[in-house]
Design a protein around this ligand. Structure first.
Ligand SMILES: NC(=O)c1ccc[n+]([C@@H]2O[C@H](COP(=O)([O-])OP(=O)(O)OC[C@H]3O[C@@H](n4cnc5c(N)ncnc54)[C@H](O)[C@@H]3O)[C@@H](O)[C@H]2O)c1
Length: 319
């Protein structure tokens, strides 16, 4: 849910996001395909919110399960429970009703593991003690990620457009805070975008003073033209959809036969660092940009699973 400037901008974003979900699910080891929905609106809306999400659920229901919704930016478990009133095809629901709850701690865990791998490749050590990390956006995922980083001894700078989110970080951790636009000028080892998409673009890259970009936000790069700029600047980029899959793993577990199980989520999230290493190593070996490699790996798995499914015949499970 986001206050997009135009319907066109929303459509472009949701199409990119849905494509990303396909690759994300595949790299995470799930046969979910990919889909995304967006609601054009102010995520802070209060009045009429329940009705809006129930109505949204009616639209989702019409798709008969070919699209399963889940929470993301600007929405919460409470909103998912309203969608649940109108359809069963929603995940990220309340643990009290069998759901996995807020997926963001899992997303943060996966991103944290990926940051360690990226630092290992870039600096020769995965130890984050003393590493300077700039976190853009400390909402659900960025907040949990900040916690992991601080615990690992990293020197963390955060920003957020929401003063309350920043205040929560100040109260919990010893972090530096900068105004939202100044985050691009913070001299750091790792820049972790955890707010909105496309914050890494032609303009901001020139300002970034980092060696690694690895964060939770979807669609971090504005477009493919930035590949070359990042390469020239020798900034190691971790593809967002390869490292932020903790959330889809968590929500995807709800539709497993037998329902949501923490052990299953833990197992798949624990593989994210390995996947990150595979992407970065193939990129280094081939000279291809990490995004290109990650899409290749995702597509290879999609082709393999599709062939296996065809060989097995219809009626096989999604996961
Ligand atoms: N929640 C998940 O499990 C999950 C999973 C995968 C990907 N993601 C992606 O990670 C990102 C963050 O997700 P979230 O669930 O934490 O969302 P959220 O809405 O809880 O947090 C985003 C935060 O970013 C802040 N923000 C917005 N614009 C900003 C800007 N220009 N500069 C600084 N801060 C800004 C918001 O105020 C908010 O606090 C999104 O791009 C989302 O799509 C989330």
């Amino acid at each position: 849910m986001r206050a997009y400037a135009t319907e066109e901008a929303a459509l472009e974003d949701v199409l990119r996001l849905s494509e990303g979900m396909t690759y994300k699910s595949s790299l995470a080891g799930m046969n979910l395909g990919g889909g995304k929905a967006c609601i054009i609106g102010d995520p802070k809306m209060v009045e009429g919110r329940e009705a809006l999400f129930r109505r949204f659920g009616e639209f989702v229901d019409r798709l008969n399960g070919s699209y399963i919704s889940a929470e993301d930016m600007g929405t919460s478990v409470t909103d998912m429970m309203q969608i649940r009133v109108s359809t069963n095809h929603v995940t990220g629901t309340d643990p009290k009703s069998g759901g996995g709850g807020d997926p963001s701690p899992w997303t943060a865990k996966g991103v944290f593991g990926a940051i360690r791998v990226a630092c290992e490749r870039k600096f020769g050590s995965a130890d984050l003690k003393g590493r300077r990390v700039a976190v853009q956006g400390v909402g659900h995922v960025g907040g949990y990620l900040t916690g992991h980083l601080v615990q690992a001894g990293a020197v963390v700078t955060v920003c957020d457009t929401n003063e309350r989110a920043v205040e929560a970080m100040r109260q919990q951790y010893n972090v530096a805070v900068v105004p939202p636009d100044n985050i691009y000028d913070v001299s750091c080892d790792v820049f972790a975008p955890c707010a909105v998409g496309q914050t890494v673009n032609e303009v901001t890259i020139q300002r970034l003073d980092c060696a690694v970009i690895a964060g939770a936000a979807n669609n971090q790069l504005s477009d493919r033209s930035v590949y070359e700029i990042l390469r020239k600047r020798e900034i190691l980029y971790c593809p967002d959809f390869a490292i932020n899959s903790g959330g889809v793993i968590c929500v995807g577990a709800e539709i497993n036969p037998g329902g949501w199980k923490e052990s299953w989520v833990e197992e798949l999230v624990s593989r994210i660092p390995e996947t990150t290493a595979k992407v970065l190593d193939r990129a280094a070996a081939t000279g291809k940009f990490p995004d290109v490699v990650a899409i290749e790996l995702a597509q290879e798995r999609i082709d393999r699973v599709r062939a296996e499914k065809q060989a097995r015949g219809p009626g096989t499970s999604r996961l």
